[in-house]
Write a protein that binds this ligand. Structure first.
Ligand SMILES: *Cc1c(COP(=O)(O)O)cnc(C)c1O
Length: 386
C-alpha cells in the first residue's frame, strides 16, 4: 500500500516489542504482564503490537477505548483484554459479547454494564478501579464500600464476576515521591476492604511502566506497562532503555524531497524564521506537523547537534515546521541528494536521535512523540509473525 510511495515511514521492529515484554515479564516475577496497547499501540500499530506483546509473554492486553479492545477481538486475539475508559452510552453489550473485561471507575458504569448483561445474557468480568490519589478515573475511597457492595450483590445474582481491583499512580516516575507510598497504602486498604466484603479477586494491579521497572512492591498480580513495551524509558532521569533491558521499537525516517543551493540571506519556510547565514544547500524533508513532527521543533537548526540524522551528522530544523514538510540547512558542502533517507528518531544505537531527544527538544515526554506520529505515515513492520 502507501508504504511504497509515501516518502516517510515508521519502521516498527516487532522483535524489540517481544524482547521488551519478555524483559518486563522477567522483572515482574510472579506477576503477569498486561501490555497496554492503547492509542494504536502507542503509535506502533494496535494489532501488530498486541501480537508481538503476546509472543513476548504478555498474559493480558489493555486499552483505554472500547473500540480498540473490540478491534483486538476482531483480529482474532483471544487473550484477556481489559478496557477502562468510556462515556455513557458506550457499547457495553458489544464488549460483553466479545469477552472484554471492563473497569468500573464510576458508579454509573456499573448500572449501564448490568443493563448490557441483562440484554445479552453474558456475565460481565469487572475490575473495580479505585482513585488512590491520581484524581482521574476511579471510585473515591469513601464511595468504594457502596460500589463494592453493589458489584458483589450483582455477582451473587450471577450477573458479573468481580475479577479485579486496580488503581493508577500519579508520580510513579519519581519513585521516592511521598504520594507513591500514600497511594500504595490506600490501595492496600482497598484490597483488604474488598476481600473483607467477600471479593474473590483474580488480579490486583497498580504498576505502570515506571513502577514495574523501579518498585517490585507494586507488582501485585499483574503489571500494566505501556511505554516500556515499546522500549522507551518512563524514567529518563534515572536510566535509559538499555539500563532496563529495553530497546526502542520505532524508527521514524523520511526521504529528502529535494536539495538545492541557495545564496546567503535566503529566508527559509513560513515567516522566514531562519535566514541562511551563508550560501548553502537546503534539503526538504517531506513530513510535517500533520505527520506528528512537533511544530515546536521549529528553529532548532542552531541547537547543538539537533534531532535529525543526515548521514553521520545531526541537524536541527531550519525555520518553521510546516504541515507536510520541514527544511534542513545541509551546509555548503552537502553531498546529499533527493531520495536520501534522513532519520528523525530511532533506537539510538547508531548515533541517531531518539524519541527522548525529540521530547527534550520540544519540552514533552517520549510518550507524546511516538503516539503523535500521524495515521497517514505508513507503519512498516520488521519481524512480523508469519
Ligand atoms: C496508559 C496507562 C498505563 C501504562 O502507562 P505507562 O506509563 O505507559 O506504562 C497503565 N495503566 C493505565 C490505567 C493507563 O492509562
Amino acid at each position: 500500500m502507501g508504504a511504497v510511495t509515501y516518502p516517510a515511514r515508521a519502521v516498527v521492529d516487532l522483535s524489540a516489542i517481544r524482547s521488551n515484554v519478555a524483559a518486563l515479564d522477567e522483572r515482574a516475577g510472579n506477576a503477569g504482564v498486561l501490555a497496554v496497547v492503547k492509542a494504536d499501540g502507542y503509535g506502533h500499530g494496535l494489532v501488530p503490537a498486541a501480537l508481538a506483546a503476546l509472543d513476548g509473554g504478555a498474559a493480558w492486553l489493555g486499552t483505554a477505548q472500547l473500540d480498540e479492545a473490540l478491534e483486538l477481538r476482531a483480529a482474532g486475539i483471544t487473550a484477556p483484554v481489559l478496557c477502562w475508559l468510556y462515556a455513557p452510552g458506550a457499547r457495553f453489550a458489544d464488549a460483553l459479547l466479545a469477552d472484554v473485561d471492563l473497569s468500573v471507575g464510576a458508579p454509573w458504569m456499573l448500572g449501564e454494564i448490568l443493563d448490557a448483561v441483562r440484554a445479552t445474557g453474558r456475565t460481565a468480568r469487572l475490575h473495580v478501579k479505585v482513585d488512590t490519589g491520581l484524581g482521574r478515573s476511579g471510585v473515591m475511597p469513601r464511595d468504594l464500600p457502596d460500589v463494592l457492595d453493589a458489584v458483589l450483590a450483582a455477582e451473587a445474582q450471577g450477573l458479573c464476576r468481580m475479577v479485579g481491583l486496580w488503581s493508577h499512580l500519579a508520580w510513579a516516575d519519581d519513585p521516592g515521591h511521598p504520594t507513591v507510598r500514600a497511594q500504595t497504602q490506600v490501595f492496600a486498604d482497598a484490597v483488604a476492604l474488598a476481600e473483607s466484603r467477600g471479593a474473590r479477586l483474580e488480579v490486583r494491579h497498580l504498576a505502570n511502566s515506571a513502577a514495574t521497572l523501579t518498585d517490585p512492591s507494586m507488582h501485585y498480580d499483574l503489571v500494566r506497562p505501556g511505554l516500556a513495551v515499546y522500549g522507551l524509558s518512563p524514567v529518563p532521569h534515572l536510566g535509559g532503555p538499555a539500563d532496563y533491558g529495553l530497546r526502542p521499537a520505532m524508527r521514524l525516517e523520511a526521504e529528502l524531497a529535494l536539495t538545492k543551493r541557495v545564496p546567503a540571506g535566503h529566508g527559509v519556510s513560513y515567516g522566514h524564521a531562519y535566514t541562511t547565514p551563508r550560501e548553502t544547500v537546503l534539503g526538504v524533508v517531506p513530513i510535517g506537523y500533520a505527520d506528528g513532527v512537533p511544530r515546536h521543533a521549529s528553529g532548532t537548526a542552531a541547537a547543538w547537534g539537533g534531532p535529525v540524522q543526515v548521514g553521520d551528522r545531526r541537524l536541527g530544523v531550519a525555520g518553521r515546521v510546516c504541515m507536510d514538510q520541514f527544511v534542513l540547512d545541509l551546509g555548503p558542502w552537502a553531498t546529499e541528494a533527493a531520495g536520501d533517507t534522513v532519520v528523525l528518531f530511532g533506537p539510538g544505537e547508531h548515533g541517531e536521535p531518539t524519541a527522548q531527544d525529540w521530547a527534550e527538544v520540544v519540552g514533552t515526554i517520549s510518550y507524546e512523540i511516538v503516539t503523535r506520529v500521524g495515521a497517514r505515515v505508513p507503519r512498516v513492520y520488521l519481524e512480523e509473525r508469519a
